[in-house]
Each structure stands twice: as C-alpha cells, then as structure tokens.
Design a protein around this ligand. Structure first.
Ligand SMILES: N[C@@H](CCC(=O)N[C@@H](CS)C(=O)NCC(=O)O)C(=O)O
Length: 203
C-alpha cells in the first residue's frame, strides 16, 4: 500500500488528495498525518523527504516521491489518468499549474510569517509583497485563462480550485472575489465536485 504524508490544512497535500479521488484510487493510499513547519519539521517525514515538506508519497516499492507536482504526475501515469493533457496543451497546463502552486506558496508563506515568527520579527512589507503576487496571479486567472479553466478537467484546474479555497480558508479578509466575477463563478462550480467536497481544509 502506498503512503501519503499529508495534513488537513495543506493546499499542496489537498491537490494530491483531490487527484487520488478523481483518479478513483484513494483506497490505494494510506494517509499519514504530518505536522511540519519550517522551524519544526516532522521527525518521520524528514526520513523520507529531507526538505521536511508535505505532501510526500511513499510508493509500493518504498520510494519517496515529492513534491506535489511530481506526485500528481506519478499518480496520473500509474492510472493513465488524463489529468495532464498531451501535445502542446501540456505546456499551457503546466504553466497554469505552476501559477496556482506559486500562489499557494506565497499564501502559505504569509501564514508562516505570522504564525511561526516571533511578532517583533514579522516584516509586513514582505507579507504584502507575497499578497501582491497572489493578487497579480488572480488577475491573470480572471482575464487570461478562462479557456483553459473551462476545458476538460486537468491538474491545473485542480490546483486553481484548491488555491482559491485556501485563500478563503486562510486569507478571507483579502476578499479575492472582489472585481473577479468570472473567476468567482468558475470557483463556485468547481467547488461542487465530489473530490473538492471531500477534501475541504480544516485545522
Ligand atoms: N513545492 C512543495 C511545497 C510544499 C509545502 O510548502 N508544504 C508545506 C505545508 S502546506 C510544508 O510542508 N511546509 C513545511 C516547511 O516549509 O518546512 C510542493 O508542491 O509540494
């Protein structure tokens, strides 16, 4: 049985969990809870992933795979799942996936900055600059990616659906929907998917 180091609040781990459900193989993976922060990595996890980050998949052969994009491509290949398009569309999908992952990274760093750092060491200019990355990417999703978002289901769409809900979960005060009606409408539909419903983030 494969094992997945995961946590209920992690958007990167959620992408993998959604991918497993969409591929119909969630029962082939045992979930292991790993609590990692940049200053306090999980002891078990670092034996598999020296970076101490989740998600990390350990396959049937005992090999560790990370990060999230490597895991989702691996699982998709195992199942011949069609969650990555073939041909020239692949590059578009990978760029969109990287955009959503970059948003996740910035949004997660903002949380760590406030949670993990002592209050007197929080650098607000840096926090706001992380949000600027997210906001610019949201604008790009609103105006440049609707064709891809409305196409056949792929990992890029899953990454976008996951990061938008992560913004609701951790940064609801930023009101990402404001002025982004098309994206808000897309997200509301996407959130209805069974795999999204079953993997809602919580602490
Ligand atoms: N690029 C990685 C990012 C994973 C990541 O940052 N995970 C967070 C949890 S959401 C983590 O484990 N952080 C612990 C750390 O930064 O040491 C991926 O796509 O899997």
């Amino acid at each position: 049985m494969m094992k997945l180091y995961s946590a209920a609040a992690s958007p990167f781990a959620r992408k993998v969990r959604v991918c497993l459900i969409e591929l119909g193989i969630e029962d082939q993976v045992e979930m292991l809870d790993a609590a990692s922060t940049p200053v306090a990595p999980d002891d078990m996890l670092i034996t598999q992933n020296p970076l101490g980050k989740i998600p990390c998949l350990v396959n049937e052969g005992g090999e560790a795979l990370y990060d999230s994009r490597v895991i989702t491509r691996y699982l998709n290949d195992l199942k011949d799942g069609g969650l990555y398009p073939s041909g020239p569309k692949l590059w578009e999908a990978l760029t969109l996936e990287a955009t959503a992952d970059g948003m996740m990274e910035a949004a997660v760093l903002m949380v760590y900055e406030k949670r993990v750092r002592p209050e007197e060491m929080v650098y607000n200019v840096w926090v706001e600059a992380q949000w600027d990355k997210v906001a610019r990417a949201l604008n790009a999703l609103e105006t440049g990616w609707e064709g891809h978002l409305d196409g056949p289901l792929d990992m890029a769409q899953i990454a976008v659906g996951v990061v938008l809900e992560y913004l609701d979960f951790r940064h609801s005060d930023r009101d990402w929907r404001k002025g982004r009606d098309a994206l808000a409408k897309w997200q509301a539909e996407f959130a209805k998917r069974d795999a999204m419903q079953k993997t809602q983030p919580h602490v």
